[in-house]
Design a protein around this ligand. Structure first.
Ligand code: PNS
Length: 191
């Protein structure tokens, strides 16, 4: 049985790897599928994330990393997978994940969502937590594999305040942002 483990993985954490490792013992094949999401400004490109995942899972012979766009169930069908694998850390995850599983069920009755409870030691861990700690100069060595900790340290200047080069690059220069005038109206841009 083939399972798809979909997500953003920006970056993959030890919590994700815990789910992948345990999933690889339950399923014949686990495909870690990185969503190509044009609406998010990630820290790492999809290509970088795929490399990070491949290095982190190279000891697991039945795990592969791939990327996809569009609906996860369509990708799962394309890969002839029967299962979507997701980790559950807390009740707060449960609400979101249950809604997602129900939504996916309306899109394809053939695909089942299987939840694995995240191991206790990673119940607080998310990619966002990792980025938050790194942004303020903290160590993430205990939260991600060493090669990813290195990638993260290259992204952030460890002197506060820090800049995420990937996201600041898309912020337009100040003069192009319309400023409110004293009359409360936004002036027309100069031509
Ligand atoms: O790591 P994330 O951000 O929690 O992963 C969320 C993901 C990628 C699994 C979810 O957003 C997703 O499946 N997106 C693809 C679009 C889709 O299939 N939507 C329908 C289910 S709500």
């Amino acid at each position: 049985m083939i399972a798809i483990y979909p997500g953003s993985f920006d970056p993959i954490t030890l919590g994700h790897l815990d789910i992948i490792q345990r999933g690889s013992r339950l399923f014949d094949q686990v495909v870690v599928a990185v969503l190509r999401n044009p609406h998010k400004a990630p820290l790492f490109t999809v290509q970088q994330r795929l490399v990070q995942i491949r290095i982190a899972t190279q000891h697991l012979s039945n795990v592969e990393a791939d990327s996809f766009d569009g609906l996860t169930v369509n990708y799962a069908q394309q890969r002839q997978a029967q299962v979507l694998l997701r980790g559950l850390r807390a009740i707060s995850d449960f609400e979101v994940e249950l809604q997602m599983a129900h939504t996916n069920k309306t899109l394809s009755t053939q695909i089942e969502t299987v939840f694995l409870a995240t191991s206790n030691e990673y119940s607080f861990l998310s990619s966002s937590v990792v980025k938050e700690i790194a942004r303020f100069g903290g160590s993430v060595d205990h939260l991600v594999p060493p090669h990813i900790a290195l990638d993260i340290s290259k992204c952030y200047n460890h002197n506060y305040p820090t800049a995420n080069l990937a996201t600041t690059a898309v912020i337009p220069p100040l003069q192009t942002i319309p400023m409110e005038s004293p009359t409360g109206t936004i002036p027309e841009p100069e031509v």
